[in-house]
Write a protein that binds this ligand. Structure first.
Ligand code: DOR
Length: 431
């Protein structure tokens, strides 16, 4: 639990700050919630964390989280999801609006913010719905939601499928200087349960890779008329990477994210028909996974995002077709990223941390996170070499729908600090 501290000293950690592209072993002093000093410090503090061999980074941001409250509190609450976030090293999460009722008005935005304040763990940003009730019929009141504090807009879980509505959404979001986050699965052409390549073999409906790219292409044509920002949620397919790459070369204001599961798992796992592997968009082929990693390495994909999607064990025990889609991620994401991307030689630590801090902050219109003196002390301390076994029964999330159960991952957050307060406490503290 959080402990109000006046001063906290992190000793001998490797401080990685993408905002200034700097990386050095140093001590970092936090006082009254802000970074007070960095360097070789001889000062003392109320609490000291010995961080030799650890990484000290700006607080990690997960820009794509489902907290399920209101309406599905048996799957997750804002409190349990926030606890999972800080457990996984995240100081900030952006909550998606597919709750019940959904977050499509100012009152609902305020409700989530109030619950998050009560939980008092991590920062919870709110993503408002694009359409009323997420029904894809009528544009929701984006301006009122923005005034209440919504940071971006998305019908995530569903696509904003009609061209006219997407045009209106982009026009309105441009005026408000907010990002539209699109879930690129057109219900007309692609609501299959598994990747099309294996659909016939397993006797289920398939979702083709090309349709994801088609939605992105259509939306980017519309975006050309506006000054706004457009972000592709959970990119899953090589064809989509290609469309985004070309658009970026033309200077289009598009950004994209990839999830841990789309980076680490393939459609082959769905042959087991275990509903834990059911997710939207579906797991794709090894060729797609390779394209996603290459896209991260070259910067075509900007952000890493969990798409933490808890569901009850009862609902996930239904058959593959009946079970809801989605996987939890907040408490495994960092380990999967380190295992796949650092150990796998895809990214440097600097780039990985950038994709979890500076980049998502830009998409969400936040101040650029940095570890400069005077900045708010949202900080994550990471053990880059920690090998650990995934045991979902020990998670803070209520969700147990974890596709990595039993796996050994490398890399773990050992402390999570929000505004100078320790929300996840490491073993070794002095004070
Ligand atoms: O698999 C998914 N589950 N994909 C989404 O986009 C939504 C999520 C959920 O809310 O369960």
């Amino acid at each position: 639990m959080g402990k109000t501290l006046r001063s906290l000293l992190i000793k001998n950690g490797r401080v990685i700050d993408p905002a200034s592209n700097s990386e050095a072993v140093a001590d970092l002093l936090i006082r009254d919630g802000c970074i007070a000093n960095i360097g070789q410090l001889s000062t003392t503090a109320e609490v000291t964390i010995e961080a030799e061999g650890m990484l000290v980074t700006p607080g990690l941001i997960d820009m794509h989280t489902h907290l399920r409250e209101p309406g599905h509190e048996q799957a997750e609450t804002i409190q349990s999801g926030s606890q999972a976030a800080v457990g996984g090293g995240f100081t900030t999460v952006a909550a998606m609006p597919n709750t019940k009722p959904c977050i499509d008005n100012a009152k609902m935005v305020s409700f989530v913010k109030e619950q998050a304040q009560k939980a008092d763990l991590c920062r919870v940003l709110v993503v408002g719905a694009v359409t009323v009730g997420r029904q894809g019929q009528e544009l929701a009141g984006l301006e009122a939601m923005a005034q209440a504090g919504a940071m971006a807009f998305s019908d995530d879980g569903d696509c904003v499928a009609t061209t006219e509505l997407m045009r209106k959404a982009l026009a309105e979001a441009s005026k408000l200087n907010k990002t539209i986050i699109q879930h690129c699965e057109d219900p007309q052409t692609t609501r299959g349960d598994v990747n099309a390549a294996i659909a016939e073999a397993v006797g289920l409906s398939g979702s083709s890779e090309e349709t994801e790219a088609e939605i992105v292409e259509r939306d980017l044509k519309l975006l050309g008329n506006f000054s706004g920002r457009y972000h592709v949620a959970h990119v899953s397919a090589a064809a989509t990477v290609e469309v985004i790459r070309k658009a970026k070369l033309r200077g289009v204001n598009v950004t994209a994210e990839v999830t841990p599961h789309h980076l680490a798992l393939t459609d082959e796992l769905c042959r087991s028909l275990d509903p834990v592997y059911k997710v939207r968009p579906p797991l794709r082929s090894a060729v797609d996974v390779a394209a996603l990693k290459a896209a991260l390495a070259e910067g075509t994909i900007d952000c890493l995002a969990c798409d933490h999607a808890p569901h009850t064990s009862q609902s996930k025990a239904l058959g593959f077709s009946e079970a809801p889609a989605g996987m939890i991620g907040l408490e495994t994401a960092l380990g999967v990223y380190v295992t796949e991307l650092i150990e796998g030689g895809v990214l440097s630590w600097m780039r990985l941390i950038e994709m979890l801090t500076v980049k998502p902050a830009a998409v969400l219109g936040l101040d650029r996170p940095s570890l400069a003196v005077g900045q708010r002390a949202d900080i994550t301390i990471i053990d880059p070499a920690r090998k650990w076994k995934v045991e979902p029964e020990k998670f803070h999330s209520k969700g147990r729908n974890c596709p990595f159960a039993g796996k050994i991952l490398i890399g773990k957050a050992v402390a999570t600090i929000v505004a100078g307060e320790l929300k996840k406490t490491p073993g070794k503290t002095r004070g």
